[in-house]
Design a protein around this ligand. Sequence first.
Ligand code: PLP
Length: 398
Amino acid sequence: MNTADYIQLEEKYSAHNYHPLPVVLCKGEGVWVEDVEGRRYLDMLSAYSALNQGHRHPRIIQTLIEQANRLTLTSRAFHTDQLGPLCQLLCEITGQEQVLLMNSGAEAVETAIKCARRWGYTKKGVPPDRAEIIVCANNFHGRTTTIISFSTEALYRDGFGPFTPGFKIIPYDNPDALEQAINKNTVAFLVEPIQGEAGIIVPRHGYLQRARVICHQHNILFILDEIQTGLGRTGRLFCYQYEDVRPDVLILGKALGGGCIPISAVLTSREIMSVFVPGNHGSTFGGNPLACAVARTAVSVILEEKLPERSSELGTYFQSRLKALNSSKVKEIRGRGLFIGVELKPEAGTAREYCEKLLRLGILAKDTHEQVIRFAPPLVITREEIDWALERIAQALA
Ligand SMILES: *Cc1c(COP(=O)(O)O)cnc(C)c1O
C-alpha cells in the first residue's frame, strides 16, 4: 500500500474529525519521522508538545518495555509499586503536595473543575450548585462537553449543546477583567500561561503575578493549565516560573507520557486535594503502572537532559534567526523557548498553505488559527537541525 491507499482507507473508515496533512507516517526517531514512501521529515509539531523528549526516546522505550513485561494495569482498586514514586517525583518538581492521575489532558481539566467546585462548596461555603469558574476568551482546555461549554470557538461548540453552566468568560491578559468578574460564588480562575491553540498568545509580563494575587485576595483557586506549556516546552520546566508564581492547582499532560502513552495529572495541596474521597472520582486506566513508569522516566529525561535550558537557548536562537529572515509575508514572530508562532499577514495566504509547502520541503508543522504557523519541535533538536529547518522555512516564506 502507498500514501494514497492509506489516506483513502482512513477517509473511508475513520471519522473525519481532523484534516491531516497528506503524509502517512510509519516510523520515528528523535526529531525525525519517516513516511511509507521512505521520505524523511523533521517533526516541528511534536504531537502538540506531547513529544518534548523526541520520538521513541531510548530510555523511555526501555522503561515501557520493562514495565510492560512486569505489570501494566490493576485499576486503582489495588496499590502498585509505580503510583507512589511518580506522585512523589511530581510533587518534588512542582512544590505541590498531592497528585491525582488521569489519562488525557481533558480528563485532568475536568478533574480540576470538579476539584474547584467541591472545594468551593465544602471549604469556601458557596451555596449548592452555584459555583462559578472564570476562564479566558480563546482558551483551549480540551474537548469534553463541559470544557467546550466555556470555549469561545464556534467550531468546537456548534451542534454539541446543551452546555454545562457555571463558567464566566473574560478577555485574556486582562487582570482588571478578572477582578471585576469575581463574585461570592467564584471558586476558581482557570488559565493557560501562554494560549497555545489560540495562536501562541504570550501575555504581558506580570499577568500571571497579578492574577495570582487577585485569586489569593478573593479566596479563589488559581488553576494553571500547563498541559502544553509545561515540562520544558517554553524554556522553563513550567511556564509559570517566568513570573515566579505558584498555582493552587496545576494541570499537566502531553509530554508527561514521554510521547508514547497517555497520562495526565492534577497537582495541588493536601488540603485542596482532600475534597476527593474514596468513590467520588476515578478512572479505570488513571494512574496505571505502565503509564506511571513511563512518566517517571519521561520526567527524568527532561531534567537530566536539561531540556528546559535547551528549549530556552535554542528557542531564542530560532526566533532571532526567523526574525532575521525579514520576510515580507510575516506579521509577527512570538513565543517562548521552542514554542514559537509565526503569524502571517492576511494577504500572504493561509498558514495551511505554508504548512503544505513545508511538508514538500521535509518539515512537518501545523497551522493554528488560520494565520499562525506553529513551530514546536522536540526539545532534543540540535542547532544544526534548526539551521536545516531555517533554510527550508526561508524557502517556503520566499
Ligand atoms: C492539548 C491540551 C488539552 C487537552 O489535552 P488532551 O490530551 O488532548 O485531552 C488541554 N489544555 C491544553 C492547554 C492543551 O494544549
